[in-house]
Design a protein around this ligand. Structure first.
Ligand SMILES: C[S@@+](CC[C@H](N)C(=O)[O-])C[C@H]1O[C@@H](n2cnc3c(N)ncnc32)[C@H](O)[C@@H]1O
Length: 396
């Protein structure tokens, strides 16, 4: 992780050819949402198809092989199906508020399509696009685990606590730096959190009393964060908690059936506390691609801090992200970052991307004009990881 500050005078901008433009965007935002909603509806049926294929294969094994462990495997798969049904219920509850019209696509219009996404390429459409959406839906329960469960708190703490500590330090630094008589109030400190997933990090920043805006471009993440932040109440105003099985779809490195059936209740906190806060601070979400959403003049010099968690490597052009962050910050404002350099498009056949080393990245950060406040340090942080898995990927 690192913290850098925007200095008064830029040392010079790094220039780099644009990488976008591998095809024009023909995919409407509403259609994208519609397809994701369909994938949510198909989650159970899709699993059942997979399960049937597995059972068929198992039943084709020699009888003796089936007899060794058949009762255990069949019982485990039966239990897994129950867990998957529970996850499907969670998705159905979420979709219901869109069908009711109180959280529908209108509230989640994405700012811009991102050019070059394979989903936007008509030739890529059909089966591949559906499979990509299904895979997102299958994986999203692990993201819900990371952000909105008691069980995920340990993982969150490894990432969010260091970020929040640095944000506190940067807030104090900014306050002492400004020469005005009237010191900046906590709620006046404006923090932007691009690629905020399901919105937990912005919520934690708001809980620290600062004003915050989350930004996210994934339709499924937007739907779920909207659901968890705004819709999990009964008509009597009681917080409704949902049970999910985040790792029920895992097949690898599982120690036992019980581990696979780890079940969690969501959300772990009542997000209404935000609405009840009377300090004048703001909380908002901006739907859309980060660079496109904050390109306009009004976004420039508008934020005291940008906080990024596991976001930088989602870029096709990471230099464009860095330039955008720099332009968004007020003079003396800070960018605090944590996360690996596991570039999302590095192995893509469809999408071009630039993959810089940490060393190269720090050169860009310097040449774009940032001053290093807190040099690079390494924290061990898992990401949406099954705590019981025999294989633990930890980002250093
Ligand atoms: C690895 S996740 C990190 C989520 C969250 N920050 C966390 O630490 O749990 C990266 C997030 O960035 C989002 N994202 C990727 N590219 C984006 C873009 N161009 N604009 C906005 N969000 C983006 C993804 O949809 C995803 O939710």
């Amino acid at each position: 992780m690192w913290s850098v500050a925007r200095v008064a005078t830029a040392k010079g901008m790094a220039h780099c050819p644009e990488t976008g433009g591998q095809g024009s965007s023909s995919f409407s935002e509403v259609k994208q949402l519609g397809e994701m909603m369909r994938a949510c509806r198909d989650y159970q049926a899709d699993y059942d198809t997979m399960l049937r294929a597995k059972l068929n294969y198992f039943c084709e094994l020699p009888e003796q092989q089936q007899a060794y462990v058949g009762d255990l495997v069949l019982d485990r798969l039966r239990q897994c199906r129950r867990g998957v049904s529970q996850n499907a219920q969670f998705l159905a509850m979420m979709l219901k508020c869109y069908e009711r019209g109180d959280g529908g696509p209108d509230t989640l219009v994405l700012a811009q399509d991102k050019q070059g996404e394979p989903e936007h390429d008509p030739q890529w459409h059909g089966h591949d696009c559906r499979e990509a959406n299904m895979s997102r839906v299958r994986r999203v329960f692990q993201q819900v685990y990371r952000e909105w469960t008691v069980e995920g708190a340990q993982e969150r703490d490894r990432t969010f606590l260091p970020l929040l500590d640095d944000l506190e330090r940067e807030f104090e630094r900014f306050r002492t730096m400004t020469n005005s008589d009237k010191k900046l109030q906590r709620h006046e400190y404006r923090v932007l959190c691009p690629g905020c997933g399901l919105g937990r990090l912005p919520l934690e920043i708001r809980r620290h009393g600062m004003s915050v805006q989350g930004n996210e471009n994934n339709a499924l993440h937007l739907m779920i964060s909207n659901f968890l932040l705004n819709q999990t109440y009964s008509s009597e105003g009681v917080l409704l908690r949902h049970v999910i099985f985040p790792f029920i779809m895992s097949s690898n490195n599982i120690r036992s059936a019980a581990d696979q059936r780890l079940c969690c209740s969501v959300p772990d906190v009542d997000p209404r506390e935000l609405a009840q806060a009377t300090d004048g601070g703001e909380f908002s979400m901006c739907a859309g691609d980060f660079v496109e959403s904050y390109r306009d003049e009004s976004s420039r010099n508008a934020w005291h801090a940008v906080v990024t968690s596991f976001f930088l490597d989602t870029a096709q052009n990471v230099i464009e992200y860095i330039e955008t962050i720099y332009a968004l910050l007020v003079e003396g404002g800070s960018w605090i970052n944590i996360g690996p350099l596991l570039y999302h498009y590095a192995d893509s056949l469809h999408i071009r991307s630039i993959e810089l080393t940490l060393e190269e990245l720090m050169v860009v950060i310097d040449r774009v004009g940032f001053d290093v406040v807190e040099p690079v340090s390494f924290v061990q942080a898992p990401y949406a990881a099954d705590p019981n898995s025999m294989l633990q990927d930890i980002c250093a």
